[in-house]
Design a protein around this ligand. Sequence first.
Ligand code: UFG
Length: 330
Amino acid sequence: MSETILVTGGAGYIGSHACKALAESGYTPVTYDNFVTGWHDAVQFGPLEEGDLRDPDRLAAVLTRHQPVAVMHFAALSDVGAASRDPGLYWDNNVIGSLRLVEAMAAAGVENLVFSSTCATYGDQDGVMLDESCAQYPMNAYGASKRAVEDLIRNFAAAPGVVLNHVFFRYFNVAGADPDARVGEFHRPETHLIPLALDAVRGRRDKLTIFGQDYPTPDGTCVRDYVHVSDLIAAHILGLEHLLNGGASDVFNLGTGRGFSVREVVETVARVTGEPVPAVDGPRREGDCAALVSGSVKAAEKLGWKADHSTLEQMIATAWAWHQRPGYER
Ligand code: UFG
């Protein structure tokens, strides 16, 4: 019988790709999702349990029913701009939700946790290449909420009588879609650069606004390290198997080590789609760091991870195929 993995946020962008990869790797992914930002048609690869992380009774019932060997915890709000406007929402959903999850896991004896953290926990560090030993100075409530969850997981793992083996993945900018186009990125409202640029190309929005042109970067626009969602999820399977094989708790950056400016992304979208991107310059967005680029090869060295699909062209091409598929609008 295949082992069960509880996937919180399994109906979302990254969680649904995780469910697909888990099913393809012989696991049974059980999606736990409250559908605030998730989509029912993204749940295709295993059972669904609708619920909110802040509902302890529901969580306890789901863990008892499915007896997972591990949890992959993706469920979170992740809009940097919204987090700056409404920090309480981010602390409640992301931190309190994670606290309830970890408490439920401890009570049910579920000992393995793969947690979706973020490079936003590092904050702006004058353009240094970020590795896992860098101090964490989040610049917005989203990054702060994720750093707090890292702390709470470590605290539980160190508590007497609790076994909580964990891998934290600090994501850089996740992009692209499943090459089979069964799942992809779809947020409403959409706030991320590549899907917004593709929406502008397709005429779903008038234009893309480039947020800030006076950052201390080569062309003045923000620099980010983009990683393909398929590569990102391949690391999660490696991290899961590391834990299931008795590996020690650890933290890994997931990025390619190559940064691209907003302008470079926009130019690549135009090249890949063959269409101009209607773009205008606008003011900075609250909470944005100038540059976030991974300087780590730890996931490659310790987990054997390779980012094989993470050229900007591959990410934009798979996202573009997903955007053009019938039914994209939902
Ligand atoms: N941007 C624009 N115009 C837009 C949207 C975005 O110029 O309409 C810019 C942003 O200012 C930023 C870059 O494009 O410089 C990328 O922005 P995204 O919103 O696509 O991504 P973020 O970098 O804000 O955030 C993403 C994830 C977070 C993660 C973070 C780490 O959403 O979960 O990367 O940087 F933590």
